[in-house]
Design a protein around this ligand. Structure first.
Ligand SMILES: [Zn+2]
Length: 323
């Protein structure tokens, strides 16, 4: 499977959005009032060339977002919390064509969530099936969606996503998942936190997984620290997700790829996994996937349920020897 990173421009946000500070509404207020901006961060889209069809994960931002009047004037986040730079040729459509992939041939578009810098390029994919969490869609619709920081007014008129329901088929530390491909090597997992209906994409490669993380965190280090961002609606939910992702990365070699991590492209290119500390107990847990709802659970919350072992014994031993 070939996986590409496409960068659709850059975004700067407040430092306290990257690493939240304070409690409740104060945390979000601190984000907007923070005077420290990040450097311009990449806005990544991931493209998976799968035998069953091309899968695009997130659509990046549109150049229209840099035009006056694109963001609602009355919402404080846009003037106070975000700056974006996108040229028309940086949008996902032209960049896919440059790779030799006509956007109309994309079979699936997966949206990790509906924030503008992930859904801004939707107009390039009128023919694709668009997969999205039901919760995320419901949160983003209407004027309440606009209040929450979504831009439903800019969705294409044809936008009619497939709202997925997770099934109790566990993947690593995630008790639920949704298979995109028949081969069950591209799976969605619920990662609520940054938004209420956020999801991530797990891609199974030979002896490791790619974790296309959306905005679960802005860098790998922040996930390992389980540091909640400055805009997540529910801190507890967010922390639980970060713990779960952290556990996942300790159970199997995982290349962790958040949408705005400046180091993500390099990690993808070299398939550079999250390091597992010597003392971690995660070594003893090979990567298992369960199917069916009544599979037994061993021991504690993150114990894995078994019916299919994805790693060959040799790959697993090689991984153990190297950690
Ligand atoms: Zn976001």
């Amino acid at each position: 499977m070939h996986v590409h990173a496409i960068q659709t421009g850059t975004v700067a946000i407040k430092q306290r959005q990257v690493r939240g500070s304070g409690q409740g509404f104060g945390r979000r207020l601190n984000t907007m009032l923070d005077r420290v901006w990040t450097n311009p961060l990449p806005i990544y889209v991931w493209v998976i060339e799968h035998p069953e069809g091309i899968i695009v994960v997130d659509t990046g931002e549109t150049a229209r977002a840099t035009e006056p009047g694109y963001f609602p004037w009355w919402h404080p986040y846009y003037p106070l919390g975000v700056r974006e730079w996108v040229r028309p040729e940086e949008e996902v459509g032209p960049q896919l064509r440059a790779l030799g992939i006509p956007p109309e041939e994309v079979r699936w578009v997966v949206l990790t969530h509906l924030h503008t810098d992930h859904a801004g390029g939707l107009a390039h994919f009128p023919k694709a099936e668009i997969l999205l969490s039901r919760t995320e869609y419901q949160q983003a619709c209407g004027w309440q969606g606009q209040m929450r920081g979504y831009l439903p007014q800019h969705w294409p008129t044809w936008f009619d996503p497939t709202l997925i329901s997770f099934t109790p088929a566990s993947v690593g530390s995630f008790p639920q998942s949704y298979p995109v491909t028949r081969a069950q090597d591209v799976l969605l997992v619920p990662t609520a936190g940054h938004t209420a209906g956020h999801l991530s994409v797990v891609v199974l490669e030979d002896d490791h997984t790619l974790f296309l993380a959306g905005d679960t965190s802005y860098t790998q280090q922040l996930t390992l620290e389980e540091a909640v961002d400055g805009v997540a609606p529910d801190k507890q939910v967010s922390r639980q997700t970060l713990q779960r992702i952290h556990a996942f990365t300790q159970q199997m070699p995982t290349i962790y790829l958040p949408s705005h991590d400046p180091e993500a492209r390099e990690r993808l290119l070299h398939r550079h996994p999250v390091q597992v500390p010597e003392t971690s107990t995660g070594h003893s847990a090979p990567f298992l996937i369960s199917e069916g709802s009544n599979a037994p659970v061993f021991g504690h919350t993150y114990a894995l349920v078994v019916s299919r072992l994805r790693f060959s014994r040799r790959a697993l031993e090689k991984w153990r020897a190297s950690t």
